[in-house]
Design a protein around this ligand. Sequence first.
Ligand code: SAM
Ligand code: SF4
Length: 357
Amino acid sequence: MFLSAPEADELLQRSKLMICELYAGKGGSRGGANRKEGNNMKDTYGREITYLRLSVTELCNLRCRYCMPEDDAVKKRHEDMLTHEEMVLAVRAAASLGITKLRITGGEPLVKPDIVSLCHELSQIEGIRELCLTTNGTLLPRLALPLREAGVDRLNISLDTLDAEKYRRITRCGELSQALQGIECALRAGFEKIKINAVLIGGFNDDEIPALAELTKRYPLDVRFIELMPMYDSGDFGPEAFIPYTVVTERLPELEPAAADGGVAKLYRLPGAQGNIGLISPVSAHFCAACNRIRITADGKIKPCLHSSEEISIKGMSLEEMEQTIRRAILEKPQWHGALSYSERSHANRNMNQIGG
Ligand code: SAM
Ligand code: SF4
């Protein structure tokens, strides 16, 4: 474990104090947005689309086996990617159509040199009430506080194992200590309700379900177990790797149901824990009927559905053109993502680092 319980408590108290001083009158979810009511977009299945995941880069400082090939040979040309200004324009267009929650993802968003200024600009966009970011955490020691100051409200941090050797194996190159330091620095910077994302991989980390879940007792964190999704070219996992979320409830019989928070995870809690355990089941029990999201990739493609091959480009468009195109993409959102299994792979035709999760 990276901190003792008293150390963690002290850290939390200190960070809260520091943040009160730093952010007096600022931060948190933005309640004051005054987007015109009545602009909310529904798709053809009646789902209100309020959540945009924006991938800001395909590049990453890790090489997780389930996410991308080791040799990142499919690098795109710089001029084919959305510029900083186009990303801001795309979020403005999406916000005008009713998007209120924005998640920055990648690749690894923190390898993008202008990530802090980009987050600052995105946090100022009228209508965006919640700015979240998903990261592998390894660069948070340097960037947690600048991101908090830039207006990022919430962090999800990926961590599949607490074993340094296994961390190096699954990420092909990563150092567990850097990810753990990243989590500490995020707590210290005042981020609350941090979610730790662990991809459930049979034969790799199912033996660590109790240890990962235990983090919710020691820290004010949620831990979410996500079923492994069979992407286009993500690793050489055999059928045994694809285990359902119910493995978690079997391994942790003491779990108690927790109140839903409007997200896609089924929520539980260990008795006496500070945070929830979330179970995310895109494969064994899809949640497409409640899907409220669209995605924009770093190369400027709107993906109405994560696992569909449908992509609509917004690269090079004006604000008005982007608005029209995002509207069209929402109306073309499919009803569900189709069957996924070891033998039925995603139709996305991209790996996860090229979509953003
Ligand atoms: N680099 C950041 C990170 O790792 O958090 C953000 C991008 S990553 C693509 C977003 C999320 O997708 C991570 O939580 C990662 O674990 C998850 N992910 C990637 N490939 C996956 C797969 N094949 N199945 C399930 N989750 C996957
Ligand atoms: Fe990089 Fe995140 Fe993919 Fe791992 S999951 S390779 S950290 S983008």
